[in-house]
Structure formats: structure tokens, C-alpha cells
Design a protein around this ligand. Sequence first.
Ligand code: ARG
Length: 467
Amino acid sequence: MKKKPSKNKMWGGRFTSKPSNLLQKVNSSIHFDYKLFEEDIEASIAHAKMLAECKIISKKDSVSIISGLKKISSKFKEGNFKLNPELEDIHMNIEYQLQKEIGNPAKRLHTARSRNDQVSTDLRLYVRKKNNQLIREISNLQYALSKKAKAGYNLLMPGFTHMQTAQPITFGHHLLAYVEMLSRDKSRFIDCNKRLNENPLGSGALSGTSFPINRKITTKSLGFNKPMQNSLDAVSSRDFVLETISSITICSIHLSRLAEEIVMWMSGGFDFIDLPDNLTTGSSIMPQKKNPDLAELIRGKTGRLISSFINISIVMKGLPLAYSKDLQEDKEPTFDAIENFELCLQSMTAMITSLKTNQKNMELAASSQFSTATDLADWLVQNLNIPFRTAHEITGKIVKLCLDENIALEQINIEKLKKIDKRINKGIYKALNVKDSVERKISEGGTSPKNVLKQANKWIKRLENDK
Ligand code: ARG
């Protein structure tokens, strides 16, 4: 007698053979979507409870399903849950395991539900949880930056435009620029969670269900704000993933810019900062080397984070409504982006907390390269009532003279200055001191130490209150 072909245990009814090895290899997602384990159990418990409350399944079956799911959850946490690729994904792995655990009642769990609304629910729960974690990590980084900014509120350094020395600033001011960026970044994640927090469960495969379900019950137990209002949209939209990853992308670009600065500040040409040995690496050949790999990897990982956004955008762009299996391809880039971004945030916080500044070199650089030339022009305007454009021209001539004589602005003698413009007097030298220069920048948002200290304290207080 011919042996009956074995078929897929969860949907084999209309099939005469089981999936080929090739199909299984391409189709199976359990090796990555096991990460939705907790959410899948949580959503299934909510669903089973609701089915009983609406009298779609018996109370007895519901109780048995829920206790079985809880047992499976403990097994998973203990590492005793075997992932089976033949069962495709996390949803069917859990349901099959439930059958083994409690027998027939398990077969009622998938009433009025499809994997399509199930996976959309799980992923929303997962992304919501991760967004909250990321929000906390961003706050930690903001806190580390604000503390360092407070410590360096009057530490001078050169500010750059075009990577050329522009005007003196304080280190605290520089760090607080990132605190501001991160605060906008954080608000993007908060926003994502507001929009994604709607319940797809109960949308079935695509069209809803004929069972008398109550979606308000699962909405409440899963902490969603309301049931999604269109079943086609609910099973097939992933804009919540795109929105989250675009927020990750934007924030990672900010981290990458700071990482680039850390690399620069640590290089010999600058020598502004140092990182501890445990956050740097050595070279296998050059014994003297101490490399800022952590900062470089934050900068480097930005590439994969940006491409996750592009990846999922391309997956989505051609999909007709409603569900298509392409949607399974949303998970790996989502998990990868979230996990790597979290590592980037933690790494940056560790570096900022422990970096040491080299005051001497920073101050030396702050006062070099004619960094107070704008102050000189401003002095001409404020003291001699010269129009700014003319003052700019006069200052340009003074800089040119200094360049020709290879001296700094403050070394030029008064006679030579008077030759350029006879109205100039000795008071001008006061404009050239870097410390005075930053202290004069008292305009709102400016670099004056007084302003920076106030801002740092404001952020520290705000972040401490948020904890
Ligand atoms: N593993 C699938 C996914 O991630 C779950 C949904 C499967 N739905 C289906 N109709 N085959 O998208």
C-alpha cells in the first residue's frame, strides 16, 4: 500500500502533499518571528477571553486555552519551547503546541481570527513596547549629555562652519544642541505610539467576521485606544512600522553626526577628548593605537538603519489590498533596526558619560584661527557706529594683515590698526578675548556660559522629573 503523504498539520486539508523543502525554506519565518512570542501569547489570551465573554466558545474551553498558553509561555522563557519550521511561523507554532498541551479545546482558539489580524496585532504590540524602551533610552542619553554640558558650561572650544574655525563656543552649548535634537526625536516616537495604538484584532483575514465578537473587549485588555475601523486597512497596513523606522532613521542620523564629532575630537589633530580604555580598541599591528570603534560603529550602523526604512518602503509600495505574504518581509528589518538602534543609543550614552575633556587643547583651538574676527567687526559697529558691511570689510583687511605677518589678531599693534581705519582705538583689544566673546553671546539660544548653565539645569530637572 502507498504511504499517505504527510501534510501541513495546520492547513493540510485541501492539499495532497506537504510543502517542498524549498518552499519551506523561503516561507518559514519562525527563525525570526519567534521574537513576537510574548505578544502572540498576550493577544491570544485576550482573544480567548473575549470569545468566552461573547459566548462564542465555552468558559471551560477558554480557561483551558488560557492556562495552556501560560504554560507555553513559561516553557518558552525556560528555553523549553522547540521552534518548528514546518509550522511556518510563531502563530502556528504556538497553536500547535497548545494542541499538544491541552488537546481539543485548543482547536477553538482560531475562531473568528486569522493570522492576518493576529500578526498585525502582535507587531503593533511589539513596536509599541519597543518604542517605549527607545524613548527611555533617548532620555538617558539626553540626561548624560545635559550633565556633561553642565560640567562644561564654560569650557571653551572652537565652533565650526564648513569645518573651518568660525566663532568660539562652549562645550556645554555644543552638547546641548544634541539634547534639543533628541527631544524632537523623542517626540516622534511618542507620536508613533499614539497613532499605532489601535486594535486590528477582530478584522479576520480581511473582511471582518460573522461571529458576534466584541472588539472593545480585546481593545481594552491589550491597552489599545480603539478598534481599527476598516478590516482591510487593519490587516494590511504597516505605516506604523515605517513611521517608527523613519523616527529611528532620523534619530540615528543625529547620533551619527555626534559619533563623527567624537571620532574627530579624539584624533591627534584635535585631541579635545579621551575615552576610557574599556570603550576603545587597540590595533593588532600598531601598538600605540587607541581607536574609537564604538563611535565609528554608531556612524556605520546608520547605514543599515536608513536602509531598513528603504527596505520596508519598497516591500510596501506595490501591494494591493489586503494581506500579501510580502508583508512577512517587514519583520527582519524592523527587528534589526530596533535592536541596533537601541545598541547605538546605549553606546552613545556610555561614551558621553565617560569621556574626558582636554581643556588646554580646546581653549587653545578656541582662540586660534581668528575665531574672534566677528567680535572685532561687531566692536566696530557697536563702538564706532560703523555699518556692519563696512566693519566686515575693515576686519577682513585686519585679518589679511595678520595672515601676512603670521600673527594672531591680538598681536597686531594699534598703529597698524589705525592705518587701516583711523577711528580704531585701544578698546578694540577687549573684543578679541575668547572668554569675553562667549560671555557676550547672551541672545536667546546663544552660547554664553550663563545661558548654557541655565539650559543644562533646565534639561536635568526636566529629565529627572520624567523618570
Ligand atoms: N507569518 C505571517 C506574516 O508574518 C503571518 C500571516 C500569514 N498569513 C497568511 N495569510 N499566510 O505575515
